[in-house]
Design a protein around this ligand. Sequence first.
Ligand SMILES: Cc1cc2nc3c(=O)[nH]c(=O)nc-3n(C[C@H](O)[C@H](O)[C@H](O)COP(=O)(O)O)c2cc1C
Length: 367
Amino acid sequence: MFHYFYVTFFKPIAFRFDPELVHDKMSQFGHFLGRFKLGRWITKLLFSSTQNEILKQEIQGVVFKNPVGLSAGFDKNAKLMNILPYIDFGFEEIGSVTMYPYAGNPKPRLYRLKKSKALVVYYGLMNDGVKTIGKRIKKALKTDMVLGVSIAKTNSDKTAKEEDGIMDYYHCLKYLVNHNIGQYYTINISCPNTFGGEPFTTVDKLDRLLKKLSEVKTDKPIFIKMPINLDLKDYDGLLQICVKYIITGVIIGNLTKIKDPNLIKDEIPEHIKGGISGLPTQKLSDDLISYTFKNYGDKLKIMGVGGIFSADDAYEKIKRGASLLQLITGMIFEGPSLIKTINNELTAMLKNDGYKSISEAVGAYHI
Ligand SMILES: Cc1cc2nc3c(=O)[nH]c(=O)nc-3n(C[C@H](O)[C@H](O)[C@H](O)COP(=O)(O)O)c2cc1C
């Protein structure tokens, strides 16, 4: 019902306006709803599924009530923590957060590719900085939705040198751990839109980064957000570094830099820069999930992200090896009821296939 309203009436109007403006207005509205009991109650009535035990998982002591999370980049500054649990999310990843605030790259930094079901993203790690965001997270209402924090390197010429970049990540992680903020951490090594390019997506550099970060002691899960455009040999090299350190798992993956004409059906104007989300990332992500599960499934947990628009897309990633899922673009194209639909349909599909728990279905294609 809501999905029909969203795609038939709301989306055609909203998609006529500047994407960043629509995103900001929707975020402000979500923040407003989250402040009041009535707002949260109405949202729950519209968007919450009957949570089923079959979807529940515990990963390194953290209980996820369902596998669907909001991916990093939508709630950069932790303004939506009080409303997202009522849109049925099992978890959200705040950020990416950096040690120091950054106002973002010049506009336009968000562009819609309607026919390709994708967005071009060029924010360049815009955020309020870890101290401000950390205080906000501390004030969030207590709910059963897990809060993860994605950490990146401050986007500035001051962190362009490798040692400075590593220390920037280190101080950011240390601040979060020391103040007990967030239930898991993600090290985003693969933001394509930063000063000096993706800095830690080579074996040696990742090794040096994780060596330093492992000095920060925490029992909380740590994930690495992977690039999705490397060739398999280089990608595998990064996974070998991940298993060398105490890394819980990998998030597969970030935006794609490839403008594949088979997948990009819209014209992208010359002045539009950035990485691409949504459908063009789907197969890249799915193939890497399979590869990672087959080769490292006993050592690394996988979060699957990229082009999830339906419960079928979500189940595909699970059967390829993802324990948890994240999305953004699917919610923008299909509306916020997508999360409830995925949870309800996943429950039905798991039961239909004879599983008692979602964890039994993880990697089913390869077992
Ligand atoms: C508007 C926007 C901002 C993003 N910002 C970040 C970010 O700050 N950190 C990050 O790790 N990924 C970021 N991403 C990438 C997403 O987390 C995700 O990996 C990617 O969009 C693929 O998922 P999707 O197809 O469901 O959107 C961003 C994506 C979008 C659409």
